[in-house]
Design a protein around this ligand. Structure first.
Ligand code: ZN
Length: 224
């Protein structure tokens, strides 16, 4: 009978897992028992599926500390039941205090849109990024070269998706209940491993648009 674990590439994962469990048990012997009881993360991470942008590792948090949703190009469409359900679970049930929308530079999804390339079914999903590009066409055209436009669209997409999170009924309802939850936009640099805040942090409904203008202005002036 064919044993899947005879495949070295697959087997590798289980070997790694055993070694990881040993390491965790040495540094925090009660972790798995605690986590089996409950999760109480303070953070909800909405990021790109890109293999180079793993949430826990980047912010150096252990299992149980960050709730995660990832998709191609870290998009938060108001019509996506998967993203919305994960957001609702994070905010209503887990009562996270911070929702981070984390874009990253060198995002293949963003590049595809910028270059106007077709990749297949994902083009439909990337339409959400195309909308961001179109609504900031003037701002992007003002930049000096393709790399600057690429970087800026990665930043603008993170900002726009964070604003989309703020516009959902999930956040609107949480804020109207007086719940302490703040939405942030950040961007991660593959070249240096650094996470940067994009000056968009919203803790109540009345701040959504004003804060967006502030973030846009800072982005533009920082580029100088
Ligand atoms: Zn990406």
């Amino acid at each position: 009978m064919n044993n899947a674990l005879d495949n070295p590439a697959y087997r590798h994962l289980f070997d790694n897992n055993r070694a990881w469990v040993d390491r965790v048990r040495r540094t925090d012997p009660g972790l798995f028992e605690r986590l089996a009881q409950q999760q109480a993360p303070k953070y909800f991470w909405i990021g790109c599926s890109d293999s180079r942008v793993p949430a826990n590792e980047i912010i150096d948090l252990a299992p149980g500390e960050v709730f995660v949703h990832r998709n191609v190009a870290n998009v938060m469409p108001q019509s996506d039941l998967n993203a919305l359900s994960t957001l609702q679970f994070a905010v209503d049930i887990l009562q996270v205090e911070h929702v981070l929308v984390v874009g990253h530079y060198h995002c293949s999804g963003i590049k595809t849109v910028l270059d106007g390339r077709r990749v297949g079914l994902a083009d439909n999903w990337l339409g959400h990024v195309r909308e961001v590009m179109d609504s900031h066409a003037g701002r992007l055209a003002d930049l000096s070269g393709p790399q600057a436009r690429y970087d800026r669209l990665c930043e603008l997409n993170a900002l726009e998706q964070a604003r989309n999170v703020c516009r959902t009924t999930v956040l609107q309802d949480a804020w109207s209940r007086g719940q302490n939850v703040t939405v942030h936009a950040c961007i991660y640099g593959l070249k240096d491993g650094l996470l940067r805040d994009l000056d968009y942090s919203v803790g109540r409904a009345s701040e959504i648009y004003r804060q967006f203008d502030v973030a846009l202005r800072r982005l533009t002036s920082a580029a100088g």
